[in-house]
Design a binder for this molecule. Structure first.
Ligand code: HEM
Length: 277
């Protein structure tokens, strides 16, 4: 079953077909590349701000500032990045609308964007304002954000030719855990990751021939789940074993901070994979 916008919004097809012939789509079309650069620079801004803020909630990074101070300093850049990515996104989208209308990656991306807005504005920023302590609203919105993110991941995973983009999300998760874990956890985790990478390489290059896609696809999917379990397990150990950090951030806050970074990575990865559908 395809989950592109054209599959569940067939009625808007005539409108979509006019978008690149009318303002602003028609005006942006000759300058698509320039506007897309603006899209990516906005991503750099919002990504950097989100990473600094959420790493602080996890208990890593700008430790000479409290979470509320980090929030105060990074939120103007975060807001600017989010506004920039939405404005440039709508403009480049209007100039090439049928690409998005027929793209399952775009559905995954919009669900990811909704989840990212909920997890950032409804959860991370309020948690940072309260120095990591979670109230009822942050808990309920956290649950909602995770459900919408799960939907996005489901669409991403079920989209043909697009689902390899989920390796970006796994890679980002693997790197965050590598940075924030400490001591023995980090050594065991890194050794496990290196071992898995080596086993995957040998399996998919020598045991299975590199052009034998009927066997490679299921093998790579299995490896994905093994990597995901290893990374999630290590993240859980890190969250629990590091205890309540000096900012009062418990396991819930740290788990939400991981999610609030990775949900933007999911959205960006789905955005990149629109091109490959
Ligand atoms: C209203 C929201 C948005 C719209 C309408 C939109 C639209 C687009 C369009 C039309 C493209 C070009 C796709 C192609 O032709 O291959 C694109 C690319 C991309 N978008 Fe968005 N976008 C939006 C939000 C976002 C957000 C929130 C992120 C990141 C978190 C993001 C990250 C990206 C990335 C990484 C690319 C790939 C750029 C490249 O490969 O050169 N977008 N987006």
């Amino acid at each position: 079953m395809s989950l592109a916008p054209q599959d569940f919004l067939p009625a808007i097809q005539p409108w979509v077909a006019t978008l690149d012939q009318t303002w602003p789509g028609a005006a942006v079309k000759p300058w698509f590349a320039q506007w897309e650069v603006g899209h990516l620079l906005s991503l750099v801004l919002l990504g950097g701000a989100s990473i600094l803020l959420n790493l602080r909630l996890i208990g890593f990074g700008l430790s000479d500032q409290t979470p509320s101070e980090v929030r105060r300093d990074v939120s103007p850049w975060l807001h600017l990045g989010v506004a920039g990515i939405l404005i440039t996104g709508v403009l480049i989208g209007a100039s090439n609308p049928e690409r998005l209308y027929t793209s399952e990656a775009f559905t995954a991306k919009m669900l990811g964007l909704l989840a990212a807005v909920i997890l950032t504005y409804g959860v991370s920023l309020p948690l940072a304002r309260n120095e990591g302590r979670a109230g009822t609203a942050a808990r309920l919105l956290g649950l909602l954000g995770i459900v919408v993110w799960a939907l996005s991941l489901y669409v991403f995973a079920s989209a043909k030719l697009v689902n390899p983009g989920l390796w970006h999300v796994a890679t980002a998760a693997a790197l965050i855990v590598l940075f924030v874990s400490r001591g023995l956890t980090r050594i065991v985790y890194a050794a496990g990751l290196a071992g898995l990478i080596a086993i995957q390489f040998v399996t998919t290059h020598f045991v299975i021939k590199p052009d034998d896609f009927t066997r490679l696809d299921p093998a790579n999917k299995t490896f994905f789940f093994v990597f995901a379990a290893w990374i999630l397990g290590a993240a859980a150990v890190q969250v629990v074993s590091s205890g309540r950090n000096e900012a009062g951030a418990g396991a819930y806050t740290k788990a939400m901070a991981y999610a609030a970074i990775l949900v933007w990575v999911t959205t960006a990865a789905a955005g990149r994979w629109i091109a490959f559908a």
